[in-house]
Design a protein around this ligand. Structure first.
Ligand code: HEC
Ligand code: HEC
Length: 359
């Protein structure tokens, strides 16, 4: 019969194994098999031609029509899927990416590359997230610790400081949506691009829905979304751009698809049902009481009070960079003045009151 001590020891061993498999060891698979660890150097993730920092031609550049605000950093993005595979768009707003899919996003201030983020779908269907930090001359980028880097000195960044998010932050944003890929979606890659979208690439930098389908990379997208490319339903161009901005910058946390956010606000759009999406978004904010109270703006009691941006919690929280108040809560230390002006213009001038919209 085992002694009490050996029972305790074996319990600890079992617990230790369980912990390694679930949380602390990102390389361990649920079935116990090992997968290759994340490469130490960005060059070994397959982004570049060997021995260079030239992107391989088979990695396709893409540019979401509504980008995420990241304190003014400029970005480039690429997508790769294994040869012979395809993205299944049967569910137009929850694309099924093949195992082996890889995506990269490079952040730069002017000519200074700072960081390249990497997402990969593994053989077991799970996703992994990593950040690579560039050296000053832009010749090599190395894997950042999974806790991120709190203060990287970058001369051209706001206040000369740059923050690399922790892996947990990547997951807070990317795993709140139906699919962890946020910028390559039916709405974001629509050829019917919104010319008022803040901070968007205005030139054609890469693929869209039609070119992805033509290449055979995207299949089963409902025909009607090719004939009539996705477009947000809005009563004015300003409203379209405002809703697009909120979708891209907030919709991955504020959606009706089960993101673990304890408020009823919905800011995500669905390409397959534009009118219903806009209705749901407006319904969740117009004249809706907020639990939040701001000392700086005590008159703000509703999420959105039509014609009064100053008294709308949504705008108050976008303007703030107090860490307890700011929205989004992650990934930015500088408020997005240009987009805030757009949202305020929408609330002040373009929005009708709830009574008017329901009539
Ligand atoms: C504040 C939320 C947020 C955080 C934190 C965040 N991301 Fe993202 N990420 C986004 C959004 C939104 C997009 C799509 C819009 C864009 O690229 O401008 C995106 C795009 C990407 C892309 C291009 C593929 C795609 O999903 O469109 C990669 C790669 C990526 N992120 C990796 C990461 C990694 C790795 C981390 C952590 C080190 C991270 N992200 C942290 C919100 C976030
Ligand atoms: C990383 C996830 C995340 C992102 C991205 C995000 N939010 Fe939030 N938001 C939350 C959480 C969690 C709460 C609830 C806790 C709180 O009020 O701080 C919240 C609360 C709110 C509230 C208060 C709702 C109420 O009922 O009082 C508003 C308004 C809001 N967010 C707006 C936004 C806007 C606008 C954006 C984009 C510019 C955004 N959020 C992006 C996570 C997020």
């Amino acid at each position: 019969m085992p002694s009490r001590l050996s029972l305790l020891v074996s319990t600890a061993v079992v617990l230790g194994v369980a912990l390694a498999a679930t949380s602390s060891d990102p390389m361990a698979r649920a079935d116990g098999a090992e997968v290759a660890p994340l490469p130490e150097h960005l060059a070994d993730t397959g982004l570049f031609l060997p021995g260079s920092t030239t992107v391989r031609p088979e990695n396709l550049a893409f540019s979401p029509q509504y980008p995420l605000w990241s304190d003014g950093a400029s970005k480039r993005r690429w997508l790769s899927i294994p040869p012979g595979s395809f993205i299944d768009a049967t569910r137009p707003d929850a694309w099924e990416f093949p195992r082996g899919t890889r995506l990269w996003k490079e952040f730069a201030y002017g000519t200074r590359k700072v960081e390249t983020r990497f997402i990969e779908r593994r053989a077991d269907g799970s996703w992994r997230f990593a950040a690579y930090v560039w050296n000053e001359d832009g010749t090599d980028a190395v894997l950042a610790p999974s806790v991120g880097v709190a203060a990287l000195r970058v001369e051209s960044a706001p206040a000369n400081r740059y923050v690399i998010p922790a892996e947990a932050d990547c997951r807070s944003c990317h795993e709140g949506a139906a699919v962890p890929v946020l910028g390559a979606s039916a709405l974001q890659l629509s050829p019917d691009r919104d010319s008022l979208a803040p901070h968007a690439d205005q030139v054609d930098v890469g693929v869209d829905l039609r070119t992805l389908v033509a290449r055979g990379w995207l299949r089963n997208l409902p025909r009607q979304l090719l004939d009539q490319p996705p477009r947000i339903a809005a009563s004015s161009p300003v409203e379209r751009a405002a809703l697009g901005y909120l979708h891209a910058n907030c919709g991955h946390c504020h959606n009706a698809g089960g993101a673990p956010v304890p408020v009823g606000l919905v800011l995500a759009q669905e390409a397959a049902s534009p009118a219903a999406s806009t209705e749901r978004v407006l319904h969740s904010m117009l004249g809706v009481a907020s639990r939040f109270r701001s000392r700086a703006a005590p008159e703000a009691t509703q999420i959105v009070l039509p014609r009064h941006a100053d008294a709308s919690v949504l705008a108050v929280r976008m303007r703030s960079r107090n860490p307890f108040v700011q929205m989004p809560p992650l990934g930015t230390r500088v408020a997005d003045a240009e987009s805030l002006a757009l949202i305020e213009q929408w609330i002040d001038l373009a929005l009708q009151s709830p009574k008017e919209t329901t009539q």
